[in-house]
Each structure stands twice: as structure tokens, then as C-alpha cells.
Design a protein around this ligand. Structure first.
Ligand code: NAD
Length: 349
């Protein structure tokens, strides 16, 4: 039986998590769920953002479904003890979650929320950014600040590129079978090496088309013609920048899921947004990012591609039928609350 650690966290976390679990229950999967405290809830109940009991629950599980953490109550704590720094970063490190997957998807009924012209995103948009998360210049060694200079070493080792490239190619196999590897091979030696290794890995995936693109061009192409992309593969820094650019093309933070994957199918799945303290407890949060994170979990950790797609189709149908939470409300639509949105998606499964 598959085991899932459920870490709902703070603010709207528990409200949106309840809706994701409602959907998973409805699918009738042979899953066992173990709930545990994290973030502010961990600090209040067990004295730290990532309590030992929670670590144990995660280690005993095949995947982590994460809500959101943080809030004004814990903002005065030292930075490393705060909910986000104290829980998410150690979890990423502990489970070597080196691959960050962020889909930027515009559901056609929400196209008007995008900052792009309607003709550019006509028919919807569905790009997946695969970002290397645990190496590259952000972890540069040496790094330092001196009187008259500052520096960060950019380095990628072969194994680090190979494993993230594999995640990109495997993801493309479950989608439209195209990978765009983003680099700066015209200037940086690290990136000449990156390109070489990505080509080596590509030989294992003859069914997937590979193209290379310089990062400056990629950032331009993302707003000029985003529909040309399927999977974008990038190192830590370029992926950080491009994933924010791409996700904001969709215009609604309450809709964006993410996955952070390690080896062997283990992953942490969470919405891109935070704990939204301004609306917590009111029951009005949009649960779709959390629901779509659960859908990613089915696809990437359990290879339940069909069940994952059933959830996505149900979400699309609810939006086509004109139901909206407040954050994505549009003219002529019917406004619903968090649990009503969960019910509507469940009905359409
Ligand atoms: P936020 O994402 O929580 O909220 C930004 C705005 O978006 C708010 O107006 C909020 O009401 C709205 N919003 C977010 N999610 C929504 C949803 N599902 N439905 C409807 N509206 C939604 O960002 P913030 O206000 O900068 O941060 C609040 C807290 O969350 C902080 O403590 C921050 O540290 C934390 N945070 C946590 C994570 C995480 O858990 N991974 C990520 C980002 C921020």
C-alpha cells in the first residue's frame, strides 16, 4: 500500500488540503495517509518547524503532500527557525529533492487572467519547467564577499546534469515529447559542458525531440510565443528566473502546483503560493493549486497517469462550467467557496 505524508501546515493550508484529500478519497486509491505538524503548527505543538515525529512520518512515506507554512505569528523568530526556512529547506536537503517541476498552465476558461494577448495564448498554454534545485551557482563553492570583490563559483558535475536531464526527458515522455534545454553555452564553460551532457542523456530518449536555447532568447520566447515549449530544462539560477516568468503568464497564483523530486519516485508536492494569512479561516481560498499538486503526485510518484489526468480534466470542466473562487472570479461566473470548489471537482471526476 502506498503511503503519503500529509503536511497541511498553516493559514489556508488545512483548508485547501482537506479538498485535495476529498479528491484522492473519491478516486478510491489504495493509499494510506499520515498527517503531521509542520511550519507554525510544528512550532506551536512540538517546538520546531520540522519536528522529529514529522521527519519520521516523511521517511516512512513514498511522497509528501505539503500545504503551506508561515504567518505573522512566527515572523519574529530567528530566520532559520521560521516556518519556511525551518521546514521546507531541511526537507529538500534531507530527501535530496534535486528536481523542481513547475507547470505553467493556462486553462482556456481563465485565459483572460493572463498578461499575454489573447491571440498568443489561444487554445491554452501548458509548459513544464524542470529546474535543477540543489547545485549550480546558488550552491557555489567557493563563494564569498571581500573588501573589493564578491564571487560565487558556478559548477555542474556530470551526475548532477545527468539526473535532472533524465527527469526532463521522462516528463516529456508523459507529455508532448519535446525538451528545450536552456543554457548560456555561448559565454559560460559550465554551460558548454551542460549542453554536452544533456546530449549524452538524450541518446537514451530517441522518442523525445531535444533543442537547445540560450537563456536570454528563452526568456524572450516565453512571452513572444510560449506555445512552442513543452518541457523546459534549466539549471538552478536560469530555472528560478524562467519558472517565475512562466508561472506569472498564467495570471493566478491560486492555480499553480509544483513538485520537488528526488530519486526513486519520492517527491514533495505543494502549491506555489503561501499560507495566505489574509484570508485564512474564512473558507474562501482557492483549493485548485493544492488539488493539482495532488494530481502531480499521482503522476510523478505513483505513475498513476490516468488518475492524474482525470483530476485535471475535472478541474477544467468546473472552470468551463463557470465556477470560480474569489481570486479568479470573472464576469458572468458563479462564485463558490473553498469546500464547494472541492465538491464541484469531485462531482466531475
Ligand atoms: P501568499 O502566496 O500566501 O499570498 C499572496 C496573495 O495571494 C494573498 O493576497 C493571498 O490571499 C493570495 N492567495 C494565495 N494563495 C491563494 C489561494 N489558494 N486562494 C486565494 N488567494 C490566494 O504570499 P505572502 O502573503 O507573501 O506570504 C504569506 C505567508 O506564506 C508568509 O508567512 C510566507 O513566508 C509564507 N509562504 C510560504 C510558502 C510555502 O509554504 N511554500 C510560499 C510562499 C510564502
Amino acid at each position: 500500500m502506498a503511503k503519503v505524508a500529509v503536511l497541511a501546515g498553516d493559514g489556508i493550508g488545512p483548508e485547501i488540503m482537506a479538498e485535495a484529500l476529498k479528491l484522492l478519497d473519491k478516486l478510491g486509491l489504495d493509499f494510506q495517509y499520515a498527517e503531521a505538524d509542520v511550519g507554525g503548527a510544528g512550532i506551536d505543538n512540538k517546538g520546531k518547524a520540522l519536528p522529529e515525529e514529522t521527519v519520521k512520518v516523511c521517511k516512512d512515506s513514498d511522497a509528501i503532500l505539503f500545504g503551506a507554512v508561515g504567518g505573522p505569528k512566527w515572523e519574529k523568530l530567528p530566520p532559520e527557525e521560521q516556518p519556511e526556512r525551518g521546514a521546507l529547506l531541511p526537507l529538500r536537503k534531507m530527501f535530496d529533492l534535486y528536481a523542481n517541476l513547475r507547470p505553467a498552465r493556462i486553462f482556456p476558461p481563465l485565459a483572460s487572467a493572463s498578461t499575454l494577448r489573447p491571440d498568443i495564448i489561444e487554445g491554452g498554454l501548458d509548459v513544464l519547467i524542470v529546474r535543477e534545485l540543489t547545485s549550480g551557482i546558488y550552491f557555489g563553492d567557493p563563494k564569498g564577499i571581500e573588501e573589493d570583490q564578491g564571487y560565487d563559483m558556478m559548477r555542474y558535475r556530470r551526475g548532477e546534469i545527468e539526473r535532472i536531464a533524465r527527469v526532463a526527458f521522462e516528463s516529456a515522455l508523459k507529455r508532448d515529447k519535446k525538451v528545450t534545454s536552456v543554457d548560456k553555452a555561448n559565454v559560460l564553460s559550465t554551460m558548454v559542458f551542460w549542453r554536452r551532457v544533456v546530449e549524452d542523456v538524450h541518446r537514451e530518449y530517441p522518442k523525445v525531440e531535444l533543442e537547445h536555447m540560450y537563456v536570454d532568447n528563452a526568456s524572450m520566447q516565453l512571452v513572444r510565443n510560449p506555445r512552442q515549449f513543452d518541457v523546459i530544462l534549466a539549471g538552478n539560477m536560469f530555472g528560478d528566473i524562467l519558472s517565475d516568468e512562466a508561472s506569472m503568464l498564467t495570471g493566478s497564483i491560486g492555480m499553480l502546483p509544483s513538485a520537488s523530486l528526488g530519486d526513486g519516485g519520492f517527491g514533495l508536492y505543494e502549491p506555489v503560493h503561501g499560507s495566505a494569512p489574509d484570508i485564512a479561516g474564512k473558507g474562501v481560498a482557492n483549493p485548485l493549486a493544492q488539488i493539482l499538486s495532488a494530481s502531480m503526485m499521482l503522476k510523478y510518484s505513483f505513475n498513476l497517469v490516468e488518475e492524474s489526468e482525470r483530476i485535471e480534466s475535472a478541474v477544467l470542466k468546473v472552470l468551463e462550467d463557470g465556477y470560480r473562487t474569489g481570486d479568479i472570479m470573472g464576469v458572468g461566473c458563479e462564485q463558490v467557496n473553498c469546500s464547494e470548489m472541492g465538491d464541484l471537482v469531485a462531482e466531475r471526476l
